[in-house]
Design a protein around this ligand. Structure first.
Ligand SMILES: Cc1ncc(COP(=O)(O)O)c(C=O)c1O
Length: 462
């Protein structure tokens, strides 16, 4: 269970060990962000992504699967839906897993070849399916009904690899909302339901172009053994289909993503190699080359390679509780605020210049800027006492926190910067996403239709 972060492949050469520890890198970036005004009065919150760390994470994924003859690693775009991130990952050899038309669009805009994109979603529309099939994007049908739509829409010369998502119903992990292989999950064909297995085998028999099985057992909170058991059930189904049909029609298995992330400390655990070990134990034949593999990792590649930095706007005492009111709240740490027990985050205390705050720890709440009482990212946390003008860092927020913004209170989506920081004095920051402007917020809030409701007689409304 060791971390592969901390080494990164150079542009074209062997891994170059960075000189700074992860904490030192955060400090170097915070200092630089404050000094250059990327964090300040007018920009009180921003996201930061560690470019070298992302490279190192992809290298450790590649290394864990190096012995597999045919594998396509796709990145689950929902985890960090930013074009520059997808382009970097594509340059590092990855494809994309997309779950809707917006994600498909940005994967294509990032330059990812359609053949390296997998389209999953439980609610694909006919136009979305038609576009994917015309482009040659791989599609995993979520149900037998969706397969019937593909029957109608698939051009005879479609280059798309077509698969069927199954739910192996192996059970859930510790976070219900992240568990996709429960008995009643909305995803895939529920394999253990009466008659379902036969219906799946028949669906393959009727469609020689159906060549892939897909399963994504779950994400955060799911133990490796549970995920491996789901993959094992999918593998056994592929063997059964091929045996029944008397031909190797199922040629690839998409084993999903879902490797959990350790949010407790700096260590990356479990490692991708722990996962391949668990897979090998559960499915000894998986890596023997008879099936091409597709993976769809998200959080395990990006979470530990990003953090949020935010200003402390005010501090106060209420009922004996110390509260730091910051700009890191539910608009960007949505899951953590709404489900604090499932998504706790490490919080760091930094001074006005971006240096780590020292001093006797004091119990304090780290609150956000949103207008509801529950907007607190950390309750009763022991940290050096924060004062106005200080900063907080929310660690391990590189996955989902920059893509799952909440528009509540019309707070702007924060900017995201990529960084390299080999030494404390050599930090380089580049813009990955600009902060949302107030003009953009107004436009997205219906400004162009401002009169729509005061002219009810006009059916067009504008
Ligand atoms: C189908 C599918 N694949 C991959 C992922 C990525 O999961 P993770 O970020 O946990 O690796 C998800 C997450 O929701 C998913 O639904």
């Amino acid at each position: 269970m060791t971390s592969a972060r901390g080494t990164s492949p150079g542009p074209a050469g062997p891994p170059v060990p960075p000189v700074l520890s992860p904490d030192q890198r955060v400090t170097a970036v915070m200092r630089r962000a404050v000094a250059t005004g990327l964090l300040g009065d007018d920009r009180p919150v921003a996201g930061f992504l560690d470019t070298d760390g992302i490279r190192a994470s992809v290298a450790s994924l590649d290394a864990a699967f190096a012995h597999v003859p045919d594998v396509l690693h796709t990145f689950a775009v929902k985890a960090t839906s930013l074009v520059p991130v997808l382009r970097l990952l594509a340059r590092l050899g990855m494809g994309c897993e997309v779950a809707g038309p917006g994600e498909l669009r940005i994967a294509l805009d990032a330059g990812v070849a359609p053949q390296r994109i997998v389209f999953d979603s439980p609610a694909k529309t006919r136009p979305e399916l038609g576009e994917a099939l015309a482009l040659g994007v791989a599609v995993n049908a979520d149900s037998l009904d969706e397969l019937r739509r593909i029957d109608e829409l698939r051009p005879a010369d479609s280059a798309s690899v077509l698969g069927l998502r199954v739910n192996p119903q192996v059970g859930g992990g510790s976070i219900g909302a992240m568990s996709t292989a429960t008995a009643t999950s909305k995803f895939g064909v529920a394999l253990r339901d009466p008659g379902a297995r036969d219906r799946v085998v028949r669906a393959f028999a009727e469609r020689p172009w159906l060549t892939r099985l897909h399963a994504h057992v779950g994400s955060q909170g799911c133990p490796l053994e549970l995920i491996a058991e789901g993959v094992a059930q999918t593998y056994l189904l592929a063997e059964e289909i091929n045996r029944t049909l008397g031909t190797r029609q199922v040629t690839s298995l998409d084993i999903g993503g879902g490797l959990p992330v350790n949010f407790d400390d700096e260590e990356t655990r479990p490692a991708f190699s722990d996962y391949t070990g668990a897979l090998l134990a559960a499915v000894p034949g998986l890596f023997d080359g008879r099936y091409a593999l597709v993976t769809e990792f998200g959080r395990s590649l990006l979470a530990k390679n990003g953090f949020i930095g935010a200003r402390v706007e005010y501090t106060k005492e209420a009922g004996g509780r110390r509260i730091a009111v910051t700009h890191a709240g539910a608009q960007t740490a949505t899951r953590t605020v709404l489900m604090p027990d499932a998504w706790p985050l490490r919080v760091g205390a930094y001074d006005a210049d971006g240096n780590p705050r020292t001093g006797t720890p004091v119990r304090q709440d780290i609150a956000g800027p949103c207008c509801f009482a529950g907007d607190v990212v950390a309750h009763d946390r022991e940290l050096p006492e924060l004062v106005e003008g200080d900063h907080v860092v929310l660690h391990d927020t590189g996955a989902y926190y920059f893509s799952t913004h909440w528009a509540y209170n019309s707070l702007p989506r924060p900017a995201v910067y990529g960084f390299t920081a080999e030494r404390a004095d050599s930090v380089r920051l580049v813009t990955v996403r600009d902060a949302q402007t107030l003009d953009e917020i107004a436009a997205e809030s219906g400004l162009a239709h401002a009169d729509a409701l005061v002219c009810p007689a006009d059916p067009e409304g504008d």
